[in-house]
Design a protein around this ligand. Structure first.
Ligand SMILES: [Fe+2]
Length: 194
């Protein structure tokens, strides 16, 4: 069957900030992204700014004059991934985290650079591509099974960001999806927390 739509990757992702000055400072001065565009919304409702995240893709932010406050665990991740501080849960329909592609040869240096810029980063995680139940999904050192290497940090609004490098293509395999009760079509139940 032919595919109905041809997707060309991400055009932009639009997030919401509390303080556009703080957001512009973080994304331009700390992460070094170019600010491509920024404008006031009609009627004084807010602002809409666009940062260049490479490859023709933009990260957009809104500032709304009537926006609600941050809700970690609901609208954003409860805790930083790989920090050992707790789960990364967020609510149905939320944006949990945003991963930027970076070079596998540069990711360790990038983490050091961010730490030197005062950003609290998780350790670099080696994500291994394994069959569920056979082995752990992460390892201390990269191995031939390592699919991705990445680390995590928060932006000033508690939006979880990830720098992610692809090491290998990985295996195209998917476990059965669960329903709203956490049960698979074969009756298997997913329980517990990470
Ligand atoms: Fe991720």
């Amino acid at each position: 069957m032919s595919k109905p739509f041809e997707f060309g990757g991400l055009h932009h992702l639009a997030l919401v900030c509390k303080d556009m000055q703080r957001t512009v400072d973080f994304y331009t001065n700390i992460l070094g992204m170019n600010l491509n565009k920024g404008f006031d919304l009609d009627g004084g409702y807010g602002q809409h700014f666009f940062f260049d995240m490479g490859d023709g893709q933009e990260l957009a932010f809104f500032w709304f004059n009537d926006a609600g406050s941050a809700k970690p665990g609901v609208a954003s991740a409860a805790n930083l991934a790989a920090s050992g501080k707790g789960t990364i849960t967020s609510a149905h329909g939320s944006m949990n985290h945003l991963a930027f592609s970076v070079s596998k040869d540069k990711i360790d240096g990038y983490r050091e650079e961010l730490v030197s810029r005062g950003v609290d980063c998780s350790e670099v995680v080696n994500h291994d591509d394994v069959i569920t139940g056979d082995e752990k999904r992460t390892s201390d050192m990269p191995t031939e099974k390592t699919w991705l290497r990445s680390f995590y940090f928060f932006d000033p609004d508690g939006i979880m960001l990830e720098f992610c490098a692809t090491l290998s293509k990985g295996v195209q395999v998917a476990d059965l999806p669960v329903n709203e009760k956490g049960i698979k079509a074969n009756g298997q139940l997913i329980t517990g927390t990470v």
